[in-house]
Design a protein around this ligand. Sequence first.
Ligand SMILES: Nc1ncnc2c1ncn2[C@@H]1O[C@H](COP(=O)(O)OP(=O)(O)OP(=O)(O)O)[C@@H](O)[C@H]1O
Length: 731
Amino acid sequence: MLYGRLDDLREQTSRRLARVLLESGGTPQARSERDTATAMHSSDLAQYSAVENGLCFGRLDFEDGEHQHIGRIGIFRTEGDYEPLLMDWRAPAARPFYLATAASPDGVTRRRHIRTRRRNVVGLDDEVLDLAQAVPGRNEGLVGEATLLAAVGASRTGRMSDIVATIQAEQDKIIRSELNGVLVVQGGPGTGKTAVALHRAAYLLYTHRRQLEKRGVLVVGPNSTFLNYISQVLPSLGETGVLLNTVGELYPGLKAVGGEPVEVGAVKGRLVMADVLAAAVRDRQWVPRDGIEIPHERETLVLDRKTLADARGRARRSRRPHNAARPVFEREIIGALARLIAHRLGAQFLDSDDVADIRAELREDERVMAAIDKLWPILTPEQLLTDLYASEKRLGAAGRALSPRERQLLRRDPGAEWTPADAPLLDEAAELLGEDDRALKAAAAAKRRQDLAYAQGVLDILDLQDESDPDVLMAVDMLDADALVARVAQGDYLTAAERAADDRTWTFGHVIVDEAQELSEMAWRVLMRRCPSRSMTVVGDIAQTGDLAGTSSWGQVLSPYVANRWRLAELTVNYRTPAEIMAVATDVLASLDPDAVPPSSVRDSGLPPWHEKVAADGLKDAVAVAVEREVARLEDGRLAVLVPRSLAGAFAVGGDDLESPVVVLTVGQAKGLEFDSVLLVEPESMLTESPRGANDLYVAMTRATKRLGVLHTGELPAILSKLASFSLDSE
Ligand SMILES: Nc1ncnc2c1ncn2[C@@H]1O[C@H](COP(=O)(O)OP(=O)(O)OP(=O)(O)O)[C@@H](O)[C@H]1O
């Protein structure tokens, strides 16, 4: 019945869309209304297709004999009372599906999980919420245990799936936490932080649609492989208007594909770089010690140091960004030069028109403008940063807050690719410089003049058609050309996410940051600029920080922006890593922080993780053999070989096609991902190649949903001593 209703809705919407698309012509207002209708119907259609799988996944039976089905979207009866046939999982009335327990049933007598494949019901799991029948055990407190265990034990596909049917109570509270303020979700590996963050995006859009639709929601992830991995989740929840980006992509058009030593990234990520860049900009506002000689016509005009310094002072005091302050500087210099010329010609004989002519001539003189360009150049962020990195002198002048070694680390010749750590610096530079948007502004002004003329034309025609009955209110009585242009502009039917993607200065209604522990202080500055309302969800695990510029304290990164006004929620259950693997990973965690409490695994796999020592010159062959063996056992699952960075070349790391059965990745690339089986190569190198090596090893070990094997040529690191020795008949 529900699928029948879904088909009806789809058909009606397609028909409406076709009708709108067939219409043409009309007033600008009619066109704008059509655009809006097209966007709305298209988005509804996309939503109906997205929710096809698992449309309805639950049912609640209440004490009073009523029942309610729960699903991905709300579907209502079309006649009579418009009662919901299917309750959207985000609606308050659906909450007991996630929260009701035998101890606190909230009027629910039975919760049913319905499993479907295509349009067929393939399984039901019922929970009777009756204390007398409850069986206490390890997983006390889990909701819909059978369905949950089936979901977490299923083979992985290389794409993250939604958890809407099995959200657990501690997760539900976070998903539905209030919109405002900064919410930090701290949780160990596999506790569902990413899943919760994405479901929260869907929940917030549903609950605060009007508020959020205009400014949009941004989800920030660590790299494009990860974003690709999670990209299906929101569409499967019927939400297509969320922008998924890395911090680098928030700087439109930037391809940050370069690599660099981790220490360089660490320097670039420090907050002090904001001061360095500000100093680098000031350094480009040049006052030569001996003044400057500027050739003009047949003479040479000399501006002394004081005149230049005064002009610079005026421009700086305008408090505009560098490029926007340039006209002030230019006016001052042209004024000073004009005074020199006027003085020589005899100022008393000149009137204001003569002086204006002199100024105009000076402005048209290329040599004069070239001199001004040298003193106060218009700069792009790219140019500022390239010039800074390229010159020890510039680094010396701007980087007083850095040590000589740090300055040396930043040195780089022009032409190198931008790296991810450059992105926040380019963004900071763009703020300091201000956009050189003169061409854009001129084009926008021209377009507005055109639009106004067109709108006035439309209104004139409407006015002509007026049968001059003074009692009849006409369009022209209510609307002038300005208002009409504004209306048409509103009809622009790009979603907020689409508009935001191309706009560096866009500010979002809510920002969700995943793997937030990896962000540098400079990256936080970018995100805070994009979210002045500070309505944010920050999810991460400080025990997993691998980036040297990343954080080990939430308070430290957040305090410059919100002091201590942020709230913390914790997730404690690991849905990914089986208990056998977690037992070994816990020793690694303890080496990082003896007081850290690992998340408790929701299940055992019965498969002890193993290690195998192999000959130093036989590592590649041994890995190949192990891969073959694992693939044979995996059936349709996925395997990842995780190698230290130093072996990335030898093992041809790369290929971000997570849907292929075997991928080879470094730990950094595997962050946030998961695989049925993981082969971890040379843990000792992982531990030693970075000051955060133990964090990396912890991340690597917790990527597996079923099987973990470790291959090493040297001694096994002591913290892995709980691993069993590999033997062919150990399973
Ligand atoms: N309530 C749930 N029902 C079913 N599966 C769940 C649930 N919560 C989490 N999972 C599954 O557990 C796995 C881990 O989730 P997720 O990747 O969100 O964890 P994480 O905390 O972000 O991990 P990490 O810190 O290691 O990146 C995923 O496969 C996710 O689908």
